[in-house]
Ligand binder design. Sequence first.
Ligand code: ASP
Ligand code: MG
Length: 450
Amino acid sequence: MADAQAWKRVLEIVKAAGPGTTTVVSATSGTTNSLILAAETAKNGSLEDAKAISEEIRERHIALINDFFDLPEAKDEEGVDVCINHINKIVSVLDNYLLGIQTLGELSPKSMDAVSSIGERLSSFLLAECAKGQGIPSVWIDAADIMKTDSDHGKAAPDMDAIHERGKSIVHHAQSGKFPIMGGFYGSDENGVITTLGRGGSDFSASIVGLVADAEAIEIWTDVSGMYTSDPRFVQHAFSIKELSFNEAAELAYFGAKVLHPATIQPAVEKDIPVYVKNTFEPEHPGTRIFSDADADSPVRAIAFKKDITVITVISSRMLLAWGFLAKVFAIFEKNQVSVDLVSTSEVSISMTVDKKARLDAIRKDLEDIATVKVYYNQALISLVGKNMMKSKGVAASAFEALSEFPIRMISQGSSDINLSVVVENEHAVEAVQALHDTFFPNRTTPENP
Ligand code: ASP
Ligand code: MG
């Protein structure tokens, strides 16, 4: 969604998909990050600096619209005016939020949602207008009217009953041959206050709409050709996977594959709707098809990794076997609202991984009341994922052989039986993943291979 050319490509894809296609869009590239920065600047810095960011967002969107309607096939003076009015209106809403944050010196999750949703409130309306300019009978849908959620700002959970009810209007437009276009990522709670589903949440919005509309397929269009065997930016010879099962895709997304928001798969599973991950820069590439009984051609299907995680080890020779100890430990995580990704236990200790953004100081203090605590920062979680992994002999042996050069802090064979995870130091992560990739995808190391 970076520039006018990208919007044109997006609209070609939408048009080719045919009438009745519903489009869910994210913000233009970089906008959500800028918005968050603007909100933080309004709170901690000067209003002037915060407004400079909002002005940059305004100018960038105006330039995009001018470029789009300058394209020879998109001439439409009226369209330009409608778009520019919308941009000015939404950016002045943003400026009011920033003023409020600055005046109160307070940035609540609620205010952050109001600000960070601005990107989609802009892009979705504008894309719908641009679509009309291309002869596509679009209707703009304000996600605040459809995506009803609870009030857990920053990571709101969808209220599926309400969304089913509200979503009927989308289905109605789609059935009458229109092209509904809605912003992803945001929604509103029962009082109509703006909420967001969490970063990267547009994918999740799209699959919720897919479920509600009982869609034939959910397509996630991004800037890479599907889900890869590993992150191709860091891992040589990583390649796009043709087919994945729902579980494998969900596990990969959760354990670090950034192309897909981890929650995207849930709604699709419910009605067994296939999910495609495809590339706007290379629309002919088949990308990855995710569906219930995808074929697995190799035991390990992909290797995901997540850097900058933290391992917390709780040691208690006295208490561990006493009943209730684990419950106490996890109650501390619950109290501090921190979710644990991986757990492994020994007779005297429990190790857990948490996201680096977790409120570690508070947790550490609470844990130290009941046990000895060690915290290891700058760790990386590496996960091998594959639905036939546990049925195949020698996977663990080959994995540890490949990792023999690297000290391993933690090991866990996921209880989902499609995941084997290890924790290593951040600095070893990429090399370790490369070694695993070379081991499990050996014939892919020549460039001629697809
Ligand atoms: N714009 C939002 C974000 O950057 C949502 C998304 O792109 O999926 O997180
Ligand atoms: Mg995304």
